[in-house]
Design a protein around this ligand. Structure first.
Ligand code: NAD
Ligand code: UGA
Length: 462
C-alpha cells in the first residue's frame, strides 16, 4: 500500500505513543512509525500489554497497529524513510552542571537532532513535540542546516497539551492545536503540511498558527498558568484551615465568576506529574537568564507553595496524631500523581511516603495501577513498606488512611468495615477532598480534609 505522507515520531513515551496512535487512526492516508532507543518499551507497544495505562488507548492502538501504525527500534531507517519527523523525547530538569535543578536537560533532544542530520537522505519537516525552552528551534535549525548538501530542514513547534488519564479524549477533541513556524515561504509551506494532517479531524478554528517562538513559549506558559491556579487555591486552603472556612465553598464561589472559571481549583496535596514542576522551573531559569528576576521570583513561588502544601499535609498528620507517627501504620490510598494513570512521576505521594518513613511510621501503599512504579520510586528507602492492591486489606490494622490520589473507587468503599478493621482512634486524611466526610465521621473516623475544618471525636477540638 502506498501512503500520501510518511510520519516518524522519535520517542515512544506518554506523548509519542498516544499522539501517533491518534494521527494513525484519523489519517489512514498516512503511515506512522514510532521509534525509541528503549527496546522494552517498543516491545510493550507491540504487545497486548502497552507500556502505559491510559483509558481508551488499547482500543486506539489495536485499531491501527500493523496497518498504518508501527513501533520499532530502527531509528536510522525511520529517519531515512520518513518525510515528517516528530521529536517527542523526554526533556527533564537538568541534574548536573550549570542550571542543575532548574534548566531543561536537552541532551536527548540534541542527540536526536544530530541523528536526523546524520541519517537524512532527503529534505524533511522536523517538528518539536517535546516541551522545550523558547528559542530551542533556533538551535535545532543550526544543527540541522549546518551541512551544505542540498538537503533542507524546516523546523516547526507543535507542543502537546494532552493530560494523562484523559489523553485519548484530549487528542480526539483538543481545545486547540498550536503550530509555530518561521514566517518564510518554506516555513509557511511546512506549517500548512502539518495543519492539513490535523485538519483530518480537528475543526479548523481550533488549529492555531503562530510564530515559532510564541508557540514554544505558549506551552511553558500554559502549564505555568494551570499550576498557578492549583497553588493559588492550595495557598488559600491553608488560610481556610485557620479561619474555619471551607475551601470547596470558596473555590465554588470564586469559580462561578465567568472571568475566573471553575476548573483547576481543587485544593489538594499539591500538583505532581512529570511536567508542571519541570516546566515552571524551566520558565524561571529562562527569566533569570534574561535578567528578569522579579518575573522569575513570581513563577518560582508557584513551586514553593506546592512544596509547602505537601509538607503542610505531613505536619497536619503529625499534629492530629499526637505529634508522633513512630511505629504507627499508615495506609496510602493512591500513589499515582492523579487518577486514571499508573504514572507516578513527581507524585506528591513519593514525598509523603518518604516523610512518613522519616517519622518512622510503617506504610502500606495501595493503588489500582501504580504499584509497580511505586516500588521503583521507593526502592532503597529505609523503613517498613508494604504494597497491597486491595484498599480494604491495605487499611486493615492501620492507625490512619492518607488518601493521596482521587481514584473513583475510593468513594464507594465499605467504610464501616474499614473502620472496624483499623486501630483506634482511626484517622482519615483526605488529601483530595473526595470522600463523604460527614459520613466517615458518623462511622467513627476522625476526618481531616484539605482546607476544611476537621471532623473529630476529640471533645476539646469540637
Ligand atoms: P517519556 O519519558 O514517557 O518518553 C520519552 C521517550 O523518548 C522515552 O521512551 C525515551 O526512551 C525516548 N528517547 C529518549 N532519547 C531518545 C533518542 N535519542 N532516540 C529515541 N528515543 C529516545 O516522556 P513523555 O512524558 O512522553 O514526554 C515527552 C515530552 O513531551 C517532554 O518534553 C514532556 O515535557 C512533553 N509533554 C509530556 C506530557 C505528558 O503528559 N507526559 C504532555 C505534554 C507534553
Ligand atoms: C498537565 C496539563 O494539564 C496538560 O495540558 C499538559 O499537556 C501536561 O501537564 C504536560 O505538559 O505534561 P497532567 O500533568 O497530565 O497534564 O495532569 P493534570 O490534570 O494537569 O494534573 C496535574 C496535577 O495537578 C495532578 O497531580 C493533579 O492531581 C493536580 N491537580 C489538578 C490539582 O491538585 N488540583 C486541580 O484542580 C487540578
Amino acid at each position: 500500500m502506498t501512503f500520501e505522507k510518511t510520519i516518524l515520531c522519535i520517542g515512544a513515551g506518554y506523548v509519542g505513543g498516544p499522539t501517533m496512535a491518534m494521527i494513525a487512526a484519523q489519517c489512514p492516508h498516512c503511515r506512522v512509525t514510532v521509534v525509541d532507543i528503549n527496546p522494552e518499551r517498543i516491545g510493550a507497544w507491540n504487545s497486548d500489554n502497552l507500556p502505559i495505562y491510559e483509558p481508551g488507548l488499547d482500543e486506539l492502538v489495536r485499531a491501527t497497529r500493523g496497518m498504518n501504525l508501527f513501533f520499532s527500534t530502527e531509528i536510522e531507517r525511520g529517519i531515512r524513510e520518513n518525510d515528517i519527523i516528530f521529536v517527542s523525547v523526554n526533556t527533564p530538569t537538568k541534574s548536573f552542571g550549570l542550571g542543575a535543578g532548574m534548566a531543561a536537560d536537552l541532551q536527548h533532544w540534541e542527540k536526536t537532532a544530530r541523528q536526523i542530520l546524520e541519517f537524512s537522505e532527503s529534505s524533511k519537516i522536523v517538528i518539536e513535540k517535546s516541551t522545550l525552552p523558547v528559542k530551542t528551534a533556533l538551535a535545532m535549525e543550526r544543527i540541522l542546516n549546518c551541512r551544505e548538501n542540498g538537503i533542507h530542514f524546516d523546523v516547526l513547534s507543535n507542543p502537546e497539551f494532552l493530560a494523562e488519564g484523559t489523553a485519548v479524549r484530549d487528542l480526539e477533541h483538543p481545545d486547540r492545536i498550536l503550530i509555530g513556524s518561521r514566517e518564510t515561504d518554506n516555513g509557511l509551506k511546512a506549517r500548512q503540511t502539518l495543519v492539513d494532517i490535523y485538519a483530518s479531524w480537528v475543526p479548523k478554528e481550533r488549529i492555531l498558527t503562530s510564530n515559532i517562538w510564541s508557540s514554544e513559549l505558549s506551552k511553558l506558559v500554559s502549564n505555568a498558568f494551570l499550576a498557578q491556579r492549583i497553588s493559588s487555591i492550595n495557598a488559600i486552603s491553608a488560610l481556610c484551615e485557620k479561619a474555619e472556612a471551607d475551601v470547596a465553598e470558596v473555590s465554588r464561589a470564586v469559580g462561578m465568576d465567568s472571568r475566573i472559571g471553575p476548573k483547576f481549583l481543587n485544593a489538594s496535596i499539591g500538583f505532581g506529574g512529570s511536567c508542571f514542576r519541570k516546566d515552571i522551573l524551566n520558565l524561571v531559569y529562562l527569566c533569570r537568564n534574561y535578567g528578569l528576576d522579579a518575573v522569575a521570583d513570581y513563577w518560582e513561588s508557584v513551586v514553593k507553595i506546592n512544596d509547602y502544601q505537601q509538607e503542610r499535609f505531613i505536619r497536619n498528620m503529625l499534629g492530629a496524631m499526637f505529634n508522633t507517627l513512630a511505629g504507627k501504620r499508615i495506609c496510602l490510598w493512591g500513589f499515582a500523581f492523579k487518577a486514571n494513570t499508573g504514572d507516578t512521576r513527581e507524585s506528591p505521594a513519593i514525598f509523603i511516603a518518604r516523610r512518613l518513613l522519616e517519622e518512622q511510621a510503617e506504610i502500606v501503599v495501595s493503588d489500582p495501577k501504580a504499584l509497580k512504579n511505586a516500588r521503583t520510586d521507593l526502592a532503597g528507602i529505609e523503613g517498613q513498606i508494604r504494597y497491597v492492591e486491595d484498599p480494604l486489606l491495605a487499611a486493615e490494622g492501620c492507625h490512619a488512611i492518607a488518601l493521596l490520589t482521587e481514584w473513583d473507587l475510593y468513594r464507594t468503599l465499605d467504610f464501616p468495615k474499614i473502620f472496624d478493621s483499623m486501630a483506634k482512634p482511626a484517622f482519615i486524611f483526605d488529601g483530595r477532598n473526595i470522600l463523604d466526610h460527614h459520613r466517615c465521621f458518623d462511622i467513627g473516623f476522625n476526618v481531616y480534609p484539605v482546607g476544611k475544618p476537621p471532623l473529630t471525636h476529640f471533645l476539646e477540638e469540637r
